[in-house]
Design a protein around this ligand. Sequence first.
Ligand code: DP6
Length: 333
Amino acid sequence: MNINPQFNSKQVKAVAHANIALVKYWGKRSVEKNLPAVGSVSLTLDALKTITSVAFDEELHSDVFILNDDVVTGKQADKISAFADLMVGTERPKIRVESDNNFPTGAGLASSASAFAALAKAMNEACSLGLDDKMLSIFARQGSGSAARSIFGGFAEMNLGDDDSGNGDYAHQLHDENYWDIRLLAAVVSTGPKEIGSTEGMNRTAETSPFYNAWVQSSPNDIKEMKAALAHKDFEKLGTLAEHSAMKMHGLALSANPSILYWQAASLESIQRVWGLRKQGLPAYITMDAGPQVKVITLPQYANEVKNALIELPGVSNVIEAKPGPGAYILKD
Ligand code: DP6
């Protein structure tokens, strides 16, 4: 690893895709170092991406962060500056970071995952750090736990370190994006920002839920079973486990005090619709993150039918279809 960062004034652009957890991360064993309490397994999604450009500028008096064409200040911007400091130290020129998401930010469509994966990738290139994917994943994790997985394409697993150094907490690829064509349909029921972000939600859950230890203890087996489902391309098993992990996470969030409920009426309608389809023999399973959107995992030949069933619901404004997507990469001009 190059410990002498070069501060390139030329703009560097990186792309990273969002990912959906098939086995969920919820809870930290260190809040300070952002070390997850449970491992996770994810699918990187081709249709949801962030493009981030970075450029160092000696003329700037402070860092500049632009998100979807708007200048962002406050906590969100401070987090970007802190992340740049983490990667290359505080003795650096000010940086201009421009980020564009092709999906609604902060609405439970995992924007922080693609954001920090893209930023880590762009910083690595802009400063000629020469970091490998494992190190990029370690850095991305410190921006957002789920971002560690978006460094990789296809199916990824987040490892848990056996100490609190953080050196063992990174993701690795299980299978690349060409391994198995499964589909994820995200039913957008609300595009407004969420009420309780995932960080706050999981911390409150860990502190107050009487079921939190059971959640942590049951996770390794979920991960083992999910890896077996992937290895055997057993779709029913994958779907059943993914739905169970999501429901267990949301049940856990409900058991926090005060309760955390990410669902809206249209979320419940979407879930019931998908369960209805499944009763008719269609292989479709739901998963949800820290927001009201319902995401449906299915196989390519059923994607249209699921999409049509969801878009008919009055509370669903849009359905985004995604396939397995690539890992983070640099965009050449
Ligand atoms: C429900 O990665 O956003 O999407 O590490 O605090 O930034 P922080 O949390 P974040 O949490 C993701 C939670 C989840 C499940 C998952 O992606 O595994």
